[in-house]
Design a protein around this ligand. Sequence first.
Ligand SMILES: *Cc1c(COP(=O)(O)O)cnc(C)c1O
Length: 361
Amino acid sequence: MGRVYNFSAGPAVLPEEVLREAAEEMLDYKGTGMSVMEMSHRSKAFETIIEEAEQDLRDLMNIPDNYKVLFLQGGASQQFAMIPMNLMKNKVADYIITGQWAKKAYEEAKKFGKANAIASSADKTFSYIPDCSDLPISEDADYVYICENNTIYGTKYKTLPNTKGKILVADVSSCFLSEPVDVTKYGIIYGGVQKNVGPAGVVIVIIREDLITEDTLPGTPTMLQYKIHGDNKSLYNTPPAYGIYICGKVFKWLKKKGGLAAMKEYNEKKAAVLYNYLDQSKLFKGTVRKADRSLMNVPFVTGNEELDAKFVKEAKAAGFENLKGHRTVGGMRASIYNAMPIEGVEKLVEFMKKFEAENIK
Ligand SMILES: *Cc1c(COP(=O)(O)O)cnc(C)c1O
């Protein structure tokens, strides 16, 4: 059996060690005689799984006690509605539009109140992060919203926006656990786990306790209230139990690797292999302003669509999967999340060099 180098943006590569461990435990989880998939979410065994997962995440991210960790469903996209429904007390929120995911969140928020697009990088196809040092933050804004790492366009905030004292809400789906974060700077940090943490089906919401109130917008469904999930420790109804179990294993894997500071170092080293090559290639070029480059998603082009397609096809045949860019932008994109080994990127660059030599005129 051969595993490919999987550069998918999500669902994405997971640590092989984690998959092997899960395989070993598939039929009999720690002497319970059943798979975690078959187990009651109220059982002692599962209680331990979810509690350990939360504690390991708290250790990794250094999450303060006044923040709750919620394991929910509905993907990152469900948060686009859940955030305004729970936080829009004044019915005003400011959004910074750095790509499709931020835009979708902004469009959704408009259903519930006044959402303002206070900055955007749409003018240059979202290839940069706007200057956020002195934005026209609304005086009555309930929060300021960002998408911290833009999966499709390959940009990342290197400094957080100056929110002028307003609550910062961040979608970190594609940079979750890729480097240390200062949780205290945010009101909410959330992400779908299928990019950098685990299997699809879980979204993790880290939320400051004072933002969890009963005072949601009228008609907010029970399942979309943070308070319900907070009060019930993510066990109000059946949670995405198997997904949480795998996330828990990934947290333990990250701890073993040395935690988020070590991950950052590794991810920087790994991304540099690809960016350094792109910066001197005569065929390929990166599409993002250098200062705003993501460590996780690296888009690049040849400038010729036919050649792009040829590259993706030949790369696939050579064992490098899912390098096609997002359907809305074309070109190529290599997603090099935590679980992508540096050898995968080195081999990809070797392949790109060979392709360049064969195709440059
Ligand atoms: C993938 C992605 C989403 C959407 O996630 P779903 O779980 O499919 O809803 C939202 N935001 C970002 C930054 C993403 O990368």
